[in-house]
Design a protein around this ligand. Structure first.
Ligand code: PGA
Length: 255
């Protein structure tokens, strides 16, 4: 049995003051919901403030990116140990980072290894473009991303152990567009591509422990449809994670 998992990806939104306000509104509602791992991923500048507000709650904290090096001359970057002081999770390979900041499967792979080495659970995002989807290349693209992003992890992942990894399937054409995938379509990508690829890489027992989320225009109104699919273990939520009632409804749907 995989425990449901819902993470809010705030992206580049909320000052520290605004983050405090949003968290204070979210906590009572989220705390009342059991049986689901709940995670907030605010921008770097808000991590310290949000960590303080989440102390003593069962709500986890995640960053939206890291560099793969531990320290050094990398102006503007944030290292895994800096993030690990406050966070348990880190979103890696989000399509916006791949599209706008030149991230490749190779750099995502380095970041995944760095995260695991610092006890951060990666939330690895994979997804195909509209063009790839229409050319029926989804299977090829997603399986390549999973293989390359998780390349060489054999020594870091012990088959049979609980998975230290979460994967979010986020079709790029569904992110922030209001045009969500169908629940059936998303579940098919998980069952026909993501889990078999994980099984190939790390064995079937491990593949069955990995939480695989759907992300892309999830809202209060459509979350239950996705989460009723046995293959979909929760959601990575962008826009709706900034709206208190919507996010709480989504977490409720996952519980
Ligand atoms: P969205 O974003 O929910 O706003 O579509 C999802 C994501 O980018 O993780």
């Amino acid at each position: 049995m995989r425990k449901p998992f819902v993470a809010g990806n705030w992206k580049m939104n909320k000052t520290v003051a605004e983050s405090r306000h949003l968290v204070s509104e979210l906590v009572p509602g989220l705390q009342a919901i059991d049986g689901v791992d709940k995670v907030l991923c605010p921008p770097f500048t808000s991590l310290l403030a949000v960590a303080a507000l989440l102390e003593g709650t069962d709500i986890g904290l995640g960053a939206q990116n890291i560099h793969w090096e531990t320290a050094g001359a990398f102006t503007g970057e944030i290292s895994p140990p800096m993030v690990a002081e406050y966070c348990q999770y880190v979103i890696l390979g989000h399509s916006e980072r791949r599209a706008y900041f030149g991230e490749t499967d190779e750099t995502v792979n380095r970041k995944i290894k760095a995260a695991l080495a610092h006890d951060l659970t990666p939330i690895l995002c994979v997804g195909e473009t509209l063009e790839e989807n229409e050319a029926e290349r989804t299977k090829e693209v997603i399986s390549r991303q999973v293989r390359e992003d998780l390349y060489g992890l054999e020594g870091m992942i012990e088959p049979g152990n609980e998975s230290p990894l979460v994967i979010a399937y986020e079709p790029i054409w569904a992110i922030g567009t209001g045009m969500a995938a169908t629940a059936d379509g998303a579940a098919a990508v998980v069952s026909d591509v993501i889990r078999p690829t994980l099984s190939d890489l790390f064995g079937e027992a491990f593949a069955q422990t990995v939480r695989v989320l759907y992300g892309g225009s999830v809202k209060g109104g459509n979350a239950a449809e996705f989460f009723s699919q046995p293959e979909i273990d929760g959601g990575l939520i962008g826009g709706a994670s900034l709206k208190v009632a919507d996010f709480i409804e989504i977490v409720q749907a996952a519980s």
